[in-house]
Design a protein around this ligand. Structure first.
Ligand code: CTP
Length: 405
């Protein structure tokens, strides 16, 4: 219908980018991008008026609109545009353009195809760079030789596509990659843009497979000063992914940024000084906790061995983030005592409901303040060590300790 409405308005619309590629790969396309040779807002408004139940959100800053029908199927509408890069690795200058200009600004030939949506020519493929042939040959080919210099994020996008779709760079693009690296192009990219791409990489399901491409494309320096010394990294990351899956099966509602345990594992044998150098450039969330985890991880088996009481072990785990605990479970997968202790903490110990809360302790006669916090901590430890299990024996215990008269 959108093609018909676009035609009525005289603003032709095309399905573009990843959705066309995924169609040829017979893969599910999560995002449907539509390029419009004209005003997206006008088209979205006309769709809302003519399609029962349709509504849209317009983003004035980018001139884009998300159009959704009554079934919840969403289309991203964007005006066709022409891009010009004023300097290497800078954000492009953008002007309205036609579909040919819009395809010419894209990263790889396989992503530079469009399908017409107007009823007269519905389904006709625009493939000016032979993307379909490259898709069949499994080749990622840029549209011109300066592509990686214009936008180095394309190198990491390429790495992701190569991993996900088992593709390789076309021979001339290996050469372009070499030139871009010789020009130190990544130093000109902002830390925020680089981090965004790295985060997508770390979240890849096929991340363990992507590691061999990081080696082949000589890109390890983006993540660590040197490539990992042994070839155990893929196994380590795979174990990390398994632990993440275990946790989300146990606690489906628990939010976890997958990239943090993955980064922890990639950095587990890197010096803190080198790590700090990367963290200074990227806007990584919770960086001080990440550093604290990395500091604790190497000595963890020994520290836990010295801890005799369950409460002592739980206190050690409490100082580590959930992401760090998952990383520890992957690193020390062949230490069942450590893994069991981590699981016990995540499943039970960290969520034990306290027999008394602060309010209740005050009703029992304790004063508010730091000593109340201390009592709560003592109660928690006694509970972890099996000394108390309910309000009654907790009160007895407090009397025995001389905390309550
Ligand atoms: N694109 C590009 N260069 C970029 C970012 C995006 O050329 N630096 C173009 C590509 O044509 C791409 C489309 O914009 O296909 C949509 O980008 P995005 O949604 O990031 O990727 P997809 O190709 O849709 O892949 P995915 O399946 O990961 O969503």
């Amino acid at each position: 219908q959108i093609g018909r409405i676009a035609q009525q308005l005289g603003t032709p619309a095309y399905l573009v980018g990843g959705a066309v590629r995924d169609l040829f790969l017979k893969r599910y396309a999560p995002d449907l991008d539509v390029a419009v040779e004209g005003d997206t807002r006008m088209l979205a408004e006309a769709c809302k008026a003519q399609i029962h139940g349709a509504h849209y959100q317009f983003h004035a800053q980018f001139g884009t609109a998300i159009l959704e029908d009554s079934q919840g199927v969403a289309l991203d509408l964007a005006q066709c545009r022409l891009e010009h890069y004023p300097a290497p690795a800078a954000l492009p200058e953008v002007h309205p353009g036609n579909i040919h200009a819009d395809l010419a600004r894209r990263d790889f030939t396989v992503n530079a195809m469009a399908i017409r949506l107007d009823p007269q020519h519905f389904g006709i493929l625009l493939d000016p760079y032979d993307g379909q042939a490259d898709l069949q040959a499994g080749l990622l080919r840029t549209l011109h030789s300066r592509s990686f210099l214009d936008d180095p994020t394309r190198i990491l996008r390429g790495l992701r596509f190569a991993t996900r779709f088992q593709m390789d760079l076309a021979p001339e693009c290996h050469q372009q990659l070499k030139q871009a690296l010789q020009a130190d192009i990544f130093t000109q990219l902002s830390g925020a843009r680089l981090w965004r791409e790295l985060r997508y990489l770390l979240e890849l399901e096929a991340l363990p497979v992507a590691l061999s491409l990081l080696t082949a494309w000589k890109l390890w320096f983006l993540l660590r000063p040197t490539p990992p010394a042994s070839n155990t990294m893929p196994t380590l990351l795979q174990r990390g992914q398994e632990q993440i899956q275990w946790l989300s099966a146990q606690f489906p509602e628990e939010p976890l940024a997958i990239f943090i345990p993955m980064l922890t594992l990639i950095w587990q044998d890197v010096t803190l000084r080198d790590i700090q150098h990367y963290l200074d450039r990227w806007p990584v969330p919770d960086r001080s906790q990440l550093l604290a985890d990395l500091r604790v991880l190497p000595g963890l088996p020994d520290t836990l061995l010295k801890a005799k009481r369950p409460s002592q072990k739980a206190n050690i785990w409490q100082g580590v983030s959930v992401a760090g605990i998952l990383a520890a479970m992957a690193i020390y997968a062949d230490n069942p005592t450590l893994v069991d202790s981590a699981r016990l903490y995540l499943q039970v110990q960290r969520r034990l409901p306290s027999p008394f809360n602060g309010q209740e302790l005050q009703t029992l006669g304790l004063k508010a303040g730091p000593s109340l916090g201390k009592t709560l901590k003592l109660l928690r430890e006694a509970q972890l060590d099996g000394e108390i299990s309910n309000k009654e024996n907790a009160q007895q215990w407090l009397i025995k300790q001389g905390i309550l008269p």
